[in-house]
Design a protein around this ligand. Structure first.
Ligand SMILES: Cc1cc2nc3c(=O)[nH]c(=O)nc-3n(C[C@H](O)[C@H](O)[C@H](O)COP(=O)(O)OP(=O)(O)OC[C@H]3O[C@@H](n4cnc5c(N)ncnc54)[C@H](O)[C@@H]3O)c2cc1C
Length: 518
């Protein structure tokens, strides 16, 4: 920058700053305070969901209670937006005050976003908070973009764009702007799903750079309390990851014929407590030592525990993609997560006057989610205690009959009462070699019941029949709509989960879902 340009831009900066230079400091502090109060509400809700039995009638409150992102963002944004506009600075004369305020707002929301990502073991179900984290990140990025673009437009109309972006502090702002665009692109679903590792690394790098670079760029400073809090939260994230990690060795890997589903067995002691709740998952890192830099660079893989607390091993059922666990190899287990808030406590009430109808629908490796629930209810039923289960049905959707072979390794039971059924739906058999009836993906009406498949190798299989067609909520779950206390548990591809959600909504059915995708 020449000295004339420098003078020009400095004069302009002064004009924009003036008496309003400190106008936004209080706003940053205010937003930060609001997020602290809100974070306390989140903790309280998590606590309530684990313990409270009272159903919430009001729709908005129910959405708040179960962490619907839009309900939460609405709740959070009301005090923030009101304060944003309440100021004695006029929009026309002091537009730059509001442009800076938008930038400050985006930074002031970062501590909350980091809080969402803290994996405090079992006291918080971090999975509940992931949709909130995603939406808050999007809004935060959008605010940062609005802040930058507004300044670009202002500088361009005043003819000082080049001078402005040549200023080192403003150039840093331009770099942050570019980073936010890269981050937004990498977070798009197609990119995230296809290149998860790249997304994860870029996300962490950008996040860290944004946290460090913004306080240097920002005038007046935002070091205290925002930068300090962000650094404390980042350190806490690292500490939690270090504290809970332990090396684990795969005891056995079971691969059946050419099925893509494999069973992985770890020692039961990996979860060092006698009991753990249904829908617990563990996170496995390929790098067994926390001192290996790759342990920190690459993401760990979450897998649902397919066994129940009383089993001798800790089983996982995995659809293998890129990451393949090997028998006898050592990995790092980054904690286990009992998602106690996932199943409402009312499900565990056993009131014989309220006859319950349960349908558990799971696709592929989603059997790891469904089977423990089915076995838990089966054990209760077989325990001789008074039962409130009118009907319990496990429905497993697979794309090839060869996948049935993993069942004998994970499904242990004594006897199957009449009100318990296990049905299998095979969508197509491309690539399969047993009982192959060709690819049925275009022929969804075709239904062949193969009861003979219920006898495998001379032994009676746990499932009653196998249907070679797609599962359909309207036909295959219609009895739930007439039931007194209906429950649907569902885990599988996005389409299956959205089908279950719609079906449960239409029929006023209790619903618990688990998605394997972030
Ligand atoms: C709570 C939870 C429980 C899960 N339980 C099971 C289970 O019991 N059995 C099972 O087979 N799968 C489960 N998954 C999915 C499993 O974690 C991913 O399929 C696995 O991490 C993919 O690793 P990869 O390197 O083979 O993936 P890739 O071949 O690279 O990608 C395959 C898919 O997995 C996603 N993915 C990749 N890495 C991760 C990661 N670190 N975390 C999350 N998603 C990722 C990608 O976006 C892509 O959609 C679960 C996911 C979640 C969130």
């Amino acid at each position: 920058m020449t000295s004339a340009e420098e003078l020009n831009f400095t004069a302009l900066s002064k004009r924009h700053e003036g008496a309003s230079h400190y106008a936004n400091i209080w706003y940053g502090h205010y937003v930060f305070s609001i997020t602290i109060v809100y974070a306390m509400i989140v903790v309280l809700l998590q606590y309530m969901n684990k313990r409270s039995r009272t159903p919430v009638k009001n729709r908005f409150l129910r959405r708040i209670r179960f962490f619907d992102p839009w309900a939460h963002l609405t709740l959070l944004s009301i005090p923030i937006i009101i304060a944003f506009f309440s100021s004695h600075y006029s929009w026309r004369k002091n537009l730059s005050v509001y442009m800076k305020r938008v930038g400050r707002l985006s930074y002031a929301l970062i501590p909350l976003n980091l809080f969402y990502n803290l994996r405090f073991s079992n006291s918080m179900n971090y999975i509940d908070l992931i949709p909130l984290h995603k939406w808050l990140s999007r809004i935060l990025c959008l605010l940062a973009l609005i802040h930058s673009i507004a300044f670009f437009i202002m500088w361009a109309t005043e003819g000082v764009l080049v001078e402005a972006v040549s200023d080192p502090y403003m150039a840093l702002g331009v770099a942050i702007f570019a980073m936010v665009i890269i981050l937004m692109f990498c977070s798009l679903k197609p990119f995230r799903r296809r290149y998860y590792n790249a997304f994860y690394i870029i996300h962490n790098l950008m996040n860290f750079s944004f946290i460090i670079m913004t306080p240097i760029h920002s005038k007046p400073g935002i070091v205290f309390p925002l930068l300090i809090t962000n650094i404390i939260l980042l350190c806490l994230q690292i500490f939690i990851k270090m504290w809970f990690v332990k090396p684990v060795t795969v005891v056995k890997k079971i691969v059946e014929s050419d099925s893509s589903l494999v069973v992985i067995q770890f020692p039961r002691e990996c979860i060092d407590r006698p009991d753990f709740s249904l829908i617990t998952h563990v996170r496995i890192s390929e790098y067994s030592s926390r001192w290996n830099p790759l342990f920190w660079i690459y993401p760990s893989h979450p897998y649902t525990v397919a066994s129940i607390a009383g089993d001798n091993t800790l089983d996982l059922v995995i659809t293998e993609n890129t990451f393949k666990l090997k028998e006898g190899h050592k990995y790092a287990m980054i904690n286990y997560y009992c998602q106690q808030s996932k199943i409402p406590p009312s499900f565990f009430e056993r009131d014989p006057a309220r006859l319950r109808d349960v349908q558990i629908i799971c696709g592929g490796s989603g059997i790891a989610f469904g089977l423990p629930i089915f076995r838990y209810l089966l054990n209760l039923e077989n325990s001789g205690m008074e039962s409130n289960i009118k009907r319990c049905e496990l429905i497993w959707l697979i794309n090839d009959v060869v996948q049935l072979d993993v069942l004998k390794h994970i499904f242990k039971y004594d006897s199957m009462p009449e009100n318990f059924t296990f049905r299998v739906f095979v969508s197509h058999t491309a690539g399969g070699n047993s009982g192959s009836v060709g690819d049925l993906s275009d022929n969804t009406d075709l239904e062949i019941e193969m009861d003979s498949l219920a006898i495998k190798n001379g032994e009676e299989a746990p499932y009653q029949n196998v249907k070679f067609r797609r599962f359909d909520f309207v036909d295959d779950a219609k009895h739930l709509k007439e039931s007194f206390d209906p429950w649907v548990f569902c885990c599988g591809p996005d389409r299956l989960i959205s089908g279950a959600t719609q079906f449960a909504k239409d029929g006023n059915i209790n619903l618990v879902t688990e998605s394997y995708g972030f």
